[in-house]
Design a protein around this ligand. Sequence first.
Ligand code: NAI
Length: 280
Amino acid sequence: MHKKLILTGASGKLGSLLRASLRELCKELILSDLVPPAEPCTGNERFVACDLADHAAVGELIRGADMVLHFGGVAHEQPFETLLPANIVGSFNLYDNALKHGVPRIVLASSNHATGFYRVDEVVHPGDSVRPDSLYGTTKAYAETLGRFYHDRHGIETIALRIGSCFPVPKSLRCLVSWLSPDDLRQLVRCAVLAQSPGFAVVYGVSDNQQVCWKEDDAARIGYQPKDSAEDYRAELLERFADQIGDPRLLLQGGSIVSRDYRDDTTLAPHPPVPWGKTG
Ligand code: NAI
């Protein structure tokens, strides 16, 4: 039982999914975000508003914590000036303050998009070079690099979760590889919180999908054993997206994000007007 856990991005999609399971692992769960969560605080939760770009505020937020579960930030492709405060400055502020205030572990919501420029017929291992598929992906690679450095130099532990696509059910062909069910997300984060001496670890945040692009990560080392599988939805997905099967534009692991261009606003809408915009 931890004394105090901090969840950044607590008002976001994944943060909201994680609250109940995290409440059980600590005496006090601090929910933090720019905006309060839609569901009011309950039990041992308390909300603290904090902009990740504000160094002093991040220091105040995490002082005395046992661990930070870092899910805050911009979660899709955006121009540099939008990504910079939360994803770049915010990640530095987090690690710099973790060192200053003696916070020993960060669980980092990284992304499969840190390696999304590999082709779908390639298998990626955590030791392979990062190959981001977007400017967003580069910010995830930067946060992981900070984690590596602060572990090597200062001993702060990081478990970088390269999350795939977390939805209630798989919603694209790409999800046959990348789907992470909400229950498996909760188990993954629980394992990251409870892991004994993980050091610096990289774990792909995916369910037990039959089709794999990512191997030999540190899942076993933290005890993560996913239970769900996108395979159960294969027939339905193949029928629904029959027009996309074999589409050469889907050859990169990152999927549709590569069609979004940070220099062109019209491609950044949730469903950009491109042929493969239907994928996750
Ligand atoms: P989300 O957009 O729903 O939540 C992100 C939260 O961060 C929002 O509530 C937002 O208000 C907050 N935030 C943004 N800028 C901030 C700032 N400057 N200071 C403080 N808070 C700020 O995103 P979601 O889907 O919950 O993702 C959570 C994390 O997981 C993100 O880091 C994302 O990159 C990562 N991820 C998510 C995946 C998914 O399937 N949802 C897949 C891969 C990675």
